[in-house]
Design a protein around this ligand. Structure first.
Ligand code: G6P
Length: 469
């Protein structure tokens, strides 16, 4: 496994020493048994600045840290990854910036990650590379080690060719990805966009889901592109949602908010792709019109801190916090709050309690690769209560078709849909929740990784003799 981040969070032990704790994501849970069984390792950044660490084991995973210094963070992480690629791939919601110094550092850091893999990968190993920060790694690996089986998964959307064409280094990024045997995307449209871009901006030829280089190309592997929508650890969320302590915590949350008739919830990284401002505007208008009564409703908005050194994120925080102040200032009373804004991140158990406490979850992203919060909310509602309001512009909308789908740009439309959600009869809530849960139970994250790795294993790499270790 190769990803920008290792699946660990830093913690301070009771004796004051620093350590690591496995981060709670479903991705790690799904991959842990596979990696343990195949003597796997995870290559990634450990979160420290300019800190060289030896490899270490955490639970059943062997971790190989890749160091990043302050300049790397500024140019590769905040710069090219999060100020060029992230906005470009999310439909240019904010304008992407194109800087050659950022691109140069992106190439250098991708090389560093590839070298870390090359030091440890056994002959014929399978290497699974993740996400937009590392799109050059597949080609770098293939050039050095044709024996490797290489998969890549993009967790975020892949843009239409008309947008992708802006990127001055579009050919290099496409060829970087095409070094993989299999490139997985969240949605069919993302895979189609990628194949179209390959056809337009490189000399690859495409047919169906496959891209083939011309004979004079320096790599000769066929690259397959397919949709592999990611999911959650369904059983884990289901189990936690039945935990009496978590159920009690949900009741306590409602109680502490004064037992309002309706609790709505938003849970996002504080990111401009999430449509938080559109959500707050809609909510403010509903209160103003008195369609929602200030004393009867509360919106809990969890906005977890993210990429705080990036200018566009700082601006967003100011805008969101201004709107929060306007709404609470206008509609709160001494005894009741209409909006509880929390600029924190919370452990999974607390998240499940929030999901259970909420009558309606608002997911209003302007563009989102998948949105796992939507899936977690559904899985947490084994009780059949609750309504998911879900943006059409998320990958999850393809699968959670029983949600109340919204276009976040259409404020009047969102107002109507939110009221539909608030007033939905319990029987209909239960019917929709059941259908969506049915889907998630079948398509969980273990199935996702299994399907990806099986498809990768079945690809007949035109393989060259094994390089001696
Ligand atoms: C998205 C990306 C991930 C990224 C995560 C958190 O989900 O797809 O690659 O790790 O956001 O962002 P951060 O910049 O903190 O790693």
């Amino acid at each position: 496994m190769v990803a920008n981040r290792l699946p660990v969070d830093r913690v301070t032990n009771p004796d004051g020493t620093q350590g690591f704790r496995r981060s709670p994501g479903g991705l790690v849970t799904a991959l842990e048994p596979i990696m343990a069984a195949s003597d796997g390792a995870w290559v990634g950044w450990h979160g420290g600045i300019d800190e060289e660490l030896e490899s270490f084991d955490k639970d059943d995973i062997h971790l190989v840290p890749v160091p990043l210094n302050e300049d790397d963070l500024e140019l590769y992480y905040e710069g090219f990854s999060n100020s060029t690629l992230w906005p470009l791939y999310h439909d240019v919601i904010v304008p992407p910036a194109y800087h050659r110094t950022w691109w140069d550092r992106y190439k250098k850091i991708n090389q560093r990650f590839a070298e870390a893999v090359l030091r440890i990968a056994a002959p014929n190993a399978t290497v699974w590379v993740h996400d937009y920060q590392l799109q050059l790694v597949p080609r770098l690996l293939r050039l050095a080690r044709p024996d490797l089986k290489i998969g890549f998964f993009l967790h975020i959307p892949f843009p239409a060719a008309s947008l992708f064409s802006q990127l001055p280094w579009r050919r290099q990024i496409l060829e970087g990805l095409a070094g993989a045997d299999l490139v997985g995307f969240q949605r069919e449209t993302d895979a189609t966009n990628f194949l179209r871009c390959l056809r337009r901006f490189t000399d690859y030829q495409t047919k169906g889901h496959e891209a083939t280089p011309r004979p004079e190309h320096d790599l000769q592997n066929v690259c397959r592109a397919d949709a592999h929508p990611i999911s959650i650890d369904y059983e884990q969320i289901k189990r936690l949602s039945r935990d009496p302590q978590i159920i009690a915590r949900a009741a306590q949350i409602r109680h502490e908010l004064g037992n309002p008739k309706t609790i709505m919830l938003g849970v996002d990284r504080l990111d401009y792709t999430k449509g938080i401002r559109h959500r707050l505007k809609t909510y403010g208008e509903l209160l103003n019109d008195k369609q929602l009564k200030a004393g009867e409703v509360c919106l809990i908005q969890v906005a977890s801190p993210s990429r705080e050194n990036v200018e566009t994120y700082m601006e967003l925080r100011d805008q969101v916090e201004l709107m929060v102040g306007q709404i609470t200032g206008q509609f709160d009373t001494l005894s009741h709050t209409t909006l509880r804004y929390l600029h924190h991140s919370y452990p999974l158990k607390e998240m499940i309690a929030l999901y259970l406490a909420a009558d309606v979850l608002l997911v209003t992203a302007l563009r989102d690769g998948m949105n796992l919060v939507a899936k977690e909310y559904v899985a947490a509602h084994q009780d059949g209560r609750g309504v998911l309001v879900l943006s059409e512009f998320t990958g999850a909308a393809d699968q959670l078709t029983q949600s109340v789908l919204v276009n976040p740009h259409d404020i009047d439309g969102m107002k109507a849909k939110i009221m539909q959600a608030v007033n939905m009869p319990e029987a209909e809530q239960a019917k929709r929740m059941k259908r969506m849960n049915h889907h998630l139970e079948e398509y969980d994250v273990a199935r996702w990784s299994h399907r990806f790795l099986t498809e990768l294993a079945q690809i007949n790499t035109n393989s060259i003799p094994v390089v001696p270790a």
